[in-house]
Design a protein around this ligand. Structure first.
Ligand code: 16G
Ligand code: ZN
Length: 530
């Protein structure tokens, strides 16, 4: 590397414009867009080294997901489509925060400590969302990548899951799919159409969906997807870019506020979905004739998917272990329903996709979803092979083979690299279609406990420390005892507090049996936290 050239860029063109500390959190760096130029430049440098260590293509996605337009962020995607390894988050944080004239020495330190052969060729794929700040930030990253003499592909404006798809398909020698957007759309839409064609619609299913695209990149992707679907799903797109990104719309808004987004037509019982600003989250909802709002969030999607997969496994006589992964935010009744009614093992992990993803990999088929609508299904290699073999085994009964065939298409509909709003929507739709369900029937399977989330702004979010997958607070010391005392006063009461991984806030979750108690309970726990 030409260190003096890099040094010059670090001290001039990409010098620090922000003196505060930035931290590589649950989903990468995320803060005001104006503070990020130097971070992006440095992440450009770092991904090249990461690529040399892993001897594979690394991804760089510029987005702040469901945050408002003024924010932006960046996350690094490892070769298998997973989030950057934890030990490198620390390295990334260090590199992002040192003074401009220390960038070179830190780079040299990383090279030495990680024993990196810098003569190896490297490759980085870079993508961005539709934010007005994203183009400049991606250019800052490219500036870093180029300064390290690495190859790179700028795939431009893509959803986060599409960027993950690119990384995996590049690294898996096309086994996973063709590394192009066309490959992505074709893969998921072809498989979707095959399943729809082979199942008889026998009930209340309607293929009309009103989709709120949060005025983000998802709108572009869905428009594209529609061309490939050829009418197999009737998607009406709202908030497709004319309004402000994530402002009073999008999956996070709808999930938190439990109300419809701006601009979506209110027609009773019409199936609606909201995705977020980078299209990796999805929630469903509808309004009934009394104008009451009904949410079907990630917990419900997970249950729908797990139930369907279980049925297919039974029909195909496949002895594969199916499991479900949730976080503490999962509604208590959803957990009871999964273990008691569906009899599917369910695990709980801490917030953040990487934790869910890793846990899900412990099953042959792992379904994971956060309540906020971020999730997917992962199939291990041997499960995939067994499914394909069964689908093609002519000596088996046609029912058995057909179920295995359907499973094999499901594998292609799903974006296994990360939660993907678009492929999750197709998955939900094909299941509702197979079951002949409308959205009301889906909602009826069980009822959620009333619940509420509150956030409290704090100086130092690290003041709260939790254990037991965030369900128990160990610092400050007395807090958990107080929460326990509050909780016992309410039937089916449950509450936990945790510090956010993306904002300087402490989050509080409460749930209990009676709707009329929920505000009081939330207020009591908030008071204990203050
Ligand atoms: C990030 C996470 C998401 C998690 C959220 C929690 C990824 C890709 N995204 O958006 O999974 O639910 O953070 O935010 O891991 P919080 O820590 O602010 O509550
Ligand atoms: Zn997102």
């Amino acid at each position: 590397f030409d260190f003096s050239f890099i040094n010059n860029l670090a001290k001039n063109k990409h010098k620090k414009a922000y003196q505060g500390i930035v931290q590589y959190g649950t989903a990468g760096f995320r803060t005001r867009a104006t503070s990020l130029d130097h971070v992006l430049f440095r992440m450009g440098l770092l991904t090249v080294l990461r690529s040399q260590v892993k001897k594979a293509t690394i991804g760089l996605m510029i987005t702040a997901s469901h945050n408002l337009e003024i924010d932006n962020g960046v996350k690094v995607v490892d070769p298998n489509g997973e989030m950057l390894e934890t030990s490198w988050e620390i390295i990334a944080t260090k590199l992002a925060n040192v003074e401009d004239d220390k960038v070179i020495s830190i780079l040299q330190e990383i090279i030495k400590e990680q024993n990196i052969d810098t003569s190896l060729s490297a490759s980085v794929i870079i993508g961005r969302d539709t934010r007005s700040s994203s183009l400049n930030l991606s250019q800052a990253a490219v500036s870093g990548i180029k300064a390290m003499n690495s190859k790179f592909i700028d795939v431009g404006v893509v959803t986060t899951p599409q960027l993950h798809y690119f990384v995996v398909s590049m690294n898996k020698n096309r086994d996973y799919g063709i590394p192009a957007l066309e490959g992505y759309y074709k893969k998921i839409s072809e498989a979707y159409k095959k399943i729809i064609e082979t199942t008889i619609n026998n009930g209340k299913y309607s293929n009309k969906v009103q989709l709120d695209a949060a005025n983000g990149v998802g709108a572009l992707a869905i428009k594209e997807l529609k061309k490939y679907l050829n009418g197999a799903l009737n998607i009406e797109i709202y908030n497709s870019g004319e309004g402000q990104l994530n402002y009073m719309c999008g999956a996070d808004y709808v999930k938190q506020k439990k109300i419809s987004p701006l601009n979506i037509p209110i027609n009773p019982y019409v199936k609606c979905v909201s995705i977020d600003g980078d299209a990796d989250r999805i929630v469903y909802y509808y309004i009934d004739k009394y104008n009451q709002f009904h949410l079907l969030d990630g917990d419900r999607i997970a249950i729908l998917v797990a139930d369907y997969l279980k049925e297919l496994l039974q029909q195909s006589h496949l002895n594969l272990q199916l499991g479900l992964v949730q976080t503490a935010y999962a509604n208590g009744n959803s957990t009871v329903y999964i273990s008691d009614t569906l009899n599917i093992p369910v695990a709980c992990v801490r917030t953040g996709v990487k934790y869910l993803h890793h846990k899900a990999l412990e099953f042959d088929i792992g379904v994971y979803f956060e309540s906020n609508g971020h999730g997917t299904v992962v199939f291990n290699e041997s499960a995939i092979n067994t499914i394909y073999m069964t689908a093609n085994n002519n000596s088996l009964s046609s029912i058995q083979r057909k179920a295995a065939q359907t499973l094999s298409y499901v594998i292609d509909v799903v974006n296994q690299t990360v939660g993907d709003a678009i492929s999750d929507m197709l998955l939900v739709e094909l299941i509702l279609h197979a079951k002949g369900w409308d959205i009301v029937t889906w909602k009826k399977s069980y009822s959620d406990l009333p619940n509420k989330q509150v956030k409290i702004e704090v100086q130092d979010r690290n003041a709260i420390i939790t254990t037991n997958e965030e369900r128990c607070c160990i610092k400050p010391k007395e807090l958990q005892k107080e929460i326990d005392k509050i909780v016992t006063k309410y039937e089916k009461g449950r509450s936990f507090v945790r510090s956010s991984g993306t904002e300087d806030v402490v989050r509080i979750y409460v749930e209990c049996e009676n709707d009329s108690d929920i505000d009081k309970m939330a207020a009591e726990v908030s008071l204990a936290v203050y």
